[in-house]
Design a binder for this molecule. Sequence first.
Ligand code: HEM
Length: 440
Amino acid sequence: MPAAASPQSAVPVIGPADHARVLSRVLLGPVIKGPIVRRPKAVGLAERFDADSWGVAEMQRVRARYGAGPVQLRVAGRRVALLLDPEDVHRVLNETPGTFSPASLEKRGALNHFEPKSSLVSSSERRASRRPFNEQILETARPIHSHAQAMTAAVTEEVSALLGHADFAGVLDWDAFAVMWGRMVRRIVLGTSARDDEQVTDDLRRLRERANLSYFMPQNRGLRERFLGRLQDYIELAEPGSLAAMVAQAETADDIAPHQQIPQWLFAFDAEAWATFRALSLLTAHPEAAEMARTEMAQAPDLPFLRATVLESLRLWPTTPLILRDSTVETRWRNGVLPAGTSLVIYAPFFHRDDETLPEAHRFSPELWLRDRDDTDWPLVPFSGGPGMCPGRNVVLLTSSMVLGELLRRREFTAQKPLNTDPLPGTLSPFSSRFSVRPV
Ligand code: HEM
């Protein structure tokens, strides 16, 4: 049993053996897979060892040993606290950005490589104008973005081109899907003339590769300026239907740096690609769900079932496994205090896959997302939560559900390596998924 702590004592520090296990089983995986741009080989290796299941089991063990309060450890000289209880997760997310800043040291080290003025890594003063700017362009509160028509055109045309290729090749694989995705994203964000501008994506990729090593890697300012300059060109072009056009038309204060908000959008669309491809795996493994999705395509314009399928893909395999916050003041917890400057870690797979709490943990359960959920529910946080929640989530759900729906409406897909559905694996690499394609 954990010892009851006096209110003044420090949050318990885990012992050396537990420390080594948490490092290797929980925290190392996301770093090796690539926090900012994924390394497909490392993700493949993690899939082979089902690395995320080990991470979840380790967190359950820590909770059984130390109780539900947070626990502390040291990582590379930093004081880190792992959250183990839903109530603490809600607290940290809801008290963002005041008590818990999203602009954590590691995130700043990483994102400064390509977007030093992004809302996500801004001081709370700057964030106060940059975050609303993101919400305004991404229309965070609206399930259907006002550019939905242009987005639909980008999706249907690019999916058509993809299917042409897949019919010829007889297979849909990640490489072809990623090419389609890049074109679609550049059209939606920058405009139709950016469709084939692979340079802009390549520049961002090179900057993100440096960002994987956070502040341990020197910045390439020349490349960053070229990349950001190109984004500025697209804003000036302001092609109708693009997010860049909305940026051009928005009234902005000087300190917003509108073009520096765009890299986060381009970069984050990658996570959506992984989630969508994994959702396709889920649907091929659950034919009755694929049938429901097809029916929905003919009937419901807002595609609730397909959206829930994407959310399930994100619950089962969260694309932001570590949600990080730095505390700005001393904080009190049920088992002690943590000083200001502590890095708080929410390991999403633990909350999404805790089979000691969630009966659906390892099964495809879209109904989890179709019933009303409120802030006090068990935390399912693929998009984070509270005031720092992803402002792009509705754009994500709109576009990913359309891509999936378009694929299913037009073809039948069979996974070449069937997915084990009960239990679903803890780690699933989208990069090695391949589907045979047949007419419907
Ligand atoms: C599957 C796809 C996506 C997932 C799972 C996702 C998830 C998240 C999460 C967890 C955060 C919070 C990160 C943190 O606290 O450190 C975040 C922030 C953010 N996301 Fe997304 N995101 C996705 C796609 C997108 C897209 C496509 C856009 C834009 C078009 C977008 C725009 C943003 C922005 C601007 C922020 C920073 C918000 C802030 O400064 O508070 N995201 N996202």
